[in-house]
Design a protein around this ligand. Structure first.
Ligand code: OSB
Ligand code: MG
Length: 373
């Protein structure tokens, strides 16, 4: 295909409730939505949609929304626009000269891939090699003001059918909430925790106490760059070690597996530079007997739909953070993703997602910038 223009829409979407993690509290999702206009190989116009997962502030990752917008417009788009026969499979290679900025790269690859699949009338799940029509839905629960509120919140999500609960933890709000949830909901509840890099290896004796609660895994207790330290901590704990922030590429995944730093990997397409890199990590982990699951970044219906297709690959053996749109948003910018019997349906239409609803997109858009070629 050949790119004609790119529209970068910055949206600000209110969350149904504040979401607190060890790195902060969010009450809205600021996201950059890409609308890529191109000509396919027959010269026919086609539009592709993408979503950048970078958050408003660089607290989860070094990338942030406004920075990603600049990188996309100033550096990534000019490279791709110069290609006469652009394909999604060559985006990663073409963008190699630009160092880092994986979330920005993932967003443009996503838009190119969406346009390509739409022009060929291909469904993303089929393109990837998905083997399921629906995927089990887990939910990520933010740190709550009190244990009573936490228990009520967990009960609410179980009533909606969520099949796995992930509790955010931080120093001082870890053992007691986990114990309370385990005691109240019993040993059969699929339960895991996510620290978002809030601990250090000095906390190993404390973290070992989590071994009493039969957790599926502990996600990213230590820093993004602490692969060796995660391996050391993994040796000191029985709870399986899962990495999120540290897995920024297939190379990082290979290192983590080799070091014994990860028994499980949370794959987030945005964090690793795109859905194609995400599939590589899935393949690599599968070859090593490492379980993977699909993480989430509070996506709108654009990224949420694409994640559901990725999670339908055979190596995704644990429930992902693929919740319904209404877990975060009263109104989504696409047809809402829904949970049915504890599962989310893999999208059946062409491309990565259903096209955004123009009125909903306009309602939440705070800036639209056209990047001419
Ligand atoms: O660590 O998985 C995380 C949200 C934003 C940034 C990081 C994380 C999260 C979540 C929520 O846990 C995942 C979701 O349901 O979208
Ligand atoms: Mg995480």
């Amino acid at each position: 295909m050949k790119i004609d223009e790119l529209l970068l829409h910055t949206v600000s979407m209110p969350l149904v409730a504040p979401f607190t993690t060890s790195f902060g509290t969010q009450t809205e999702r600021i996201a950059v939505i890409l609308e890529l206009r191109a000509r396919d190989d027959h010269g026919d116009p086609v539009t592709g949609w993408g979503e950048c997962v970078a958050m408003a502030e660089p607290l989860y990752s070094s990338e942030y929304a406004a920075g990603a917008r600049r990188v996309i417009g100033d550096f990534l788009l000019p490279i791709l626009a110069a290609a006469e026969h652009l394909t999604a499979e060559t985006v990663d290679h073409l963008l190699k000269p630009i160092v880092g900025h994986r979330m920005a790269k993932a967003a443009v690859e996503m838009a190119v891939l969406d346009a390509q699949l739409r022009s060929r009338d291909l469904r993303f799940a089929d393109y990837l090699g998905a083997v399921r029509d629906s995927v089990p839905s887990g939910v990520s629960i933010g740190i709550q003001p009190s244990i009573d509120q936490l228990l009520d919140t967990v009960q609410g999500y179980l009533d909606q059918g969520y099949v796995r609960i992930k509790l955010k933890i931080e120093p001082g709000r870890d053992i007691a909430p986990v114990r309370a949830v385990r005691e109240r909901f019993g040993d059969d509840l699929l339960l895991q925790v996510d620290a978002n890099a809030a601990y250090t290896l000095v906390d190993a004796p404390l973290l070992r106490r989590l071994d009493d609660f039969n957790l599926l895994l502990i996600e990213q207790p230590l820093g993004e760059e602490d692969l060796r330290q995660h391996a050391e901590l993994a040796r000191q704990m029985r709870t399986p070690m899962c990495l999120d922030e540290s897995i920024v590429s297939a190379e990082a995944a290979a290192d983590a597996i080799t070091l014994g730093a990860a028994a499980v990997i949370n794959i987030k397409p945005g964090r690793v530079g795109g859905y194609l890199e995400a599939r590589k990590i899935h393949d690599l982990a599968r070859a090593h007997g490492i379980a993977v699951w699909c993480g989430g970044m509070i996506e709108t219906g654009i990224g949420r739909a694409a994640n559901a297709a990725l999670a339908a690959l055979p190596g995704f053996t644990l429930p992902g953070d693929i919740s319904a749109s209404d877990r975060f948003y009263r109104t989504d910018i696409t047809e809402p993703i829904t949970i049915d019997n504890g599962s989310v349906t893999v999208p059946t239409g062409p491309g990565l997602c259903s096209e955004p609803i123009r009125d909903a997109l306009a309602e939440f858009t705070v800036d639209s910038t056209r990047i001419p070629i």
